[in-house]
Design a protein around this ligand. Sequence first.
Ligand code: SF4
Length: 205
Amino acid sequence: MNSIFDSSNQDNIDRKIAVGFERISEVLKTLIWEESKQTGLSPIQIQFLVALLYEGKSEWTIGDIASRFQLTPATVSDAVSSLEDKELAVRERKPDDRRTVYIRLSPKGKRLAKKLSLWANTLQQQIEVLDEEEKGVLLRSLVSIISGFQHNELISIAKMCVTCSYFRPNVHKNSTQPHYCAYIDEPLGEPDLRVDCPDYEMIEV
Ligand code: SF4
């Protein structure tokens, strides 16, 4: 297979789309590094803070974070220790379960996570200029690409409708909302498909 970076190959649309994603990933890396320089936190620490604040899970263990970011528990533990030193996170045990250590954000950590969570908003601003049809096609395409990565175990569980046990695809033919979510009990159109749903439940295989 030829490299996607071989710019002499201008006839392959797959290659050009892949290069486009790579350019976007460069932008995102640059943006998070800017936040990193300003705060003294590493990019992954910033991502931990934002995940703990927004990913709809009330209790995180080191293992949960390691699984979410596909890192080793030792790497996560080091990063969490650094967040603890900065008084942004705390480790705690429950009275009824002394063996498991949970990580939660401190009030200071929550405030900072909220502020830092805006680091990728410029990407959304670029998407806002597309028309609704383009957005629908883009969302569906992204869901498909992410599903492929998930299938190949290249990303951790993506909380998307198409891999959720509550998802019922194409139950209403000839409708703008052909799909159905059995959890929220509502029809879903293509633009309604979620990629980070807090109510997601993985399909049992
Ligand atoms: S629970 Fe969330 S991810 Fe699952 S089908 Fe419903 S909306 Fe989609």
